[in-house]
Design a protein around this ligand. Structure first.
Ligand SMILES: CC[C@H](C(=O)O)C(=O)SCCNC(=O)CCNC(=O)[C@H](O)C(C)(C)COP(=O)(O)OP(=O)(O)OC[C@H]1O[C@@H](n2cnc3c(N)ncnc32)[C@H](O)[C@@H]1OP(=O)(O)O
Ligand SMILES: [Co+2]
Length: 134
């Protein structure tokens, strides 16, 4: 069911500082920051030869990554995003298998303009998983 690794996300307290660190210390190519108010984050993608890193800072009062950052004030690995061909079929398969799909279970539009869903970290070895339909 899951295909390519689309991105690995890092939650950070300061996106500009994180982007500068990747650019200056690691010589990475970091895209423009994009605010995603519907998701409560501002993100910038680090493009790599075989995948991407998503740097994310909280946006707004109810950011879903605020609590994570209070537990990890310097930042930390936040989620893995896998690609799927049919996100609703994947969701239904996972629900039937007893996994928890976060939110109301309806795919939302992600940073790449494609449908995404999140799976509870406690159901997947302590790892928050995002699925993105491609
Ligand atoms: C979609 C746009 C963009 C894109 O790529 O296109 C993005 O990726 S946006 C990313 C930001 N949005 C989300 O992360 C949405 C899904 N996340 C959530 O709904 C919450 O973050 C949630 C429910 C996973 C965690 O909420 P919270 O941090 O408030 O903590 P809880 O007390 O509810 O957590 C329960 C339990 O899980 C552990 N936890 C929390 N976050 C993570 C994590 N990222 N990785 C691993 N484990 C996590 C937390 O420590 C608690 O564990 P416990 O042992 O019970 O203390
Ligand atoms: Co993501």
């Amino acid at each position: 069911m899951i295909g390519r690794l689309n991105h690995v996300a890092i939650a950070v307290p300061d996106l500009a500082a994180a982007a500068a660190r990747y650019r200056d210390a690691l010589g990475a190519s970091v895209g423009e920051a994009q605010a995603l108010p519907a998701h409560g984050v501002r993100v910038a993608f680090v493009d790599l030869p075989n995948s991407r890193v998503e740097l994310m800072e909280p946006l707004g009062e109810d950011s879903p990554i605020a609590a994570f950052l209070s537990r990890n004030p310097a930042g930390g690995l936040h989620h893995l995003c896998y690609e799927v061909e049919d996100i609703r079929a994947a969701r239904d398969h996972l629900l039937a298998a007893g996994a928890r799909v976060l939110g109301d279970g309806e795919p939302k539009t992600g940073a790449h303009g494609r449908p995404v869903l999140f799976l509870h970290p406690k159901d997947f070895l302590g790892t928050l998983i995002e699925l993105e339909e491609v």
